[in-house]
Write a protein that binds this ligand. Sequence first.
Ligand code: PEP
Ligand code: MN
Length: 367
Amino acid sequence: MIIVMQHGASEAQIQSISKYLTSRGIHAERLDGHEQTVIGIVGKSGGYDINAMATMPGVQEVVRVSTPFRLAARTGHPDDTIITMPDGTRIGGDAPSIVIAGPCAVESYDQLRRTAEFVRNLGVRFLRGGAFKPRTSPYSFQGLGFDGLELLKKIGEEFGLFIVTEVMEPAHVPAVAEFADVLQCGSRNMQNYPLLRQLGNVRKPVMLKRGAGATVEEWLMASEYILAGGNQNVILCERGIRTFETSLRFTPDIGAVPVVKKLSHLPVIVDPSHATGQREFVGSIARAAIAAGADGLMIEVHHDPDRSLSDGAQTLTFEQFEELMGELVRVGDAVNRPLLVEPFNHTPAFSRREPSPTMGVVEPRAK
Ligand code: PEP
Ligand code: MN
């Protein structure tokens, strides 16, 4: 960090900055120019308040030269972080880009199984579905909770799909981690620090969605909480930000992909469904994300999106998803970053099994 003193700052003002720093055990180097003095601090930040220093008498500006996020920064970790799933599937670095697909919310056994089977047959390895739903209105469908997690786990095991699902409450983290393969921290919770700290305590990968109003730096600082807790398996997910533009639900920030890749070693994926809010635009943003170097995508799919209990307008039909997968494979090949498409070896006894009539009916969980 560099503190630039004003033209004509007095010696007393310069000394008072130096005293402020030395009293906090911070070593500062002073450089006197013809007209101005600058004070440089190298090494650990902390122990001082940048904003307070910027308003001290005689200070012109305080310029930060190093990033405030240390563990997430590429500077101290030049190699890409590659997250390895239990079967060896890799996320990030030079690994093929992944697709996480599934409904916005787990609604029933039948709904989830149909979608899981469909996406798995197209080579998808990650199934999404919210069991705990952060809804804008308290009167909207809030998700099936732990019963939804049980459906995710059962269906995930049947089809060899990794489960990606959101956890909203710090207290739920250990329990959700038993069902999920990747824990999702939603955009609304990106700065829920108690939740981030809990996510730092688990060892399963965490997918951290960008807050709709968060800068890239704030997003990386949020990831720092998880990394600082000891969990190195963080995947960043760009899901659109709020800008003055209202033509889409949010503004997809494709530029964040190369920016984050430059600043950080963490894998970054894009969610074109929540970013656009309209299914007709999901494909364009998904293709753009792969072309921009994203390590993966998260896409909402439902067998009957118009009857979906949440986010139907942005959810792809099976036909649209199948077409998009074909396009994404071609874009991936064109940019030399293939898409992970892994054939599913049917175990006939499983794939042809009819859901049992009671499975779709989710009874309230016994207390
Ligand atoms: C989701 O992915 O289910 C979701 C709610 O997205 P976001 O947190 O980005 O709004
Ligand atoms: Mn959704």
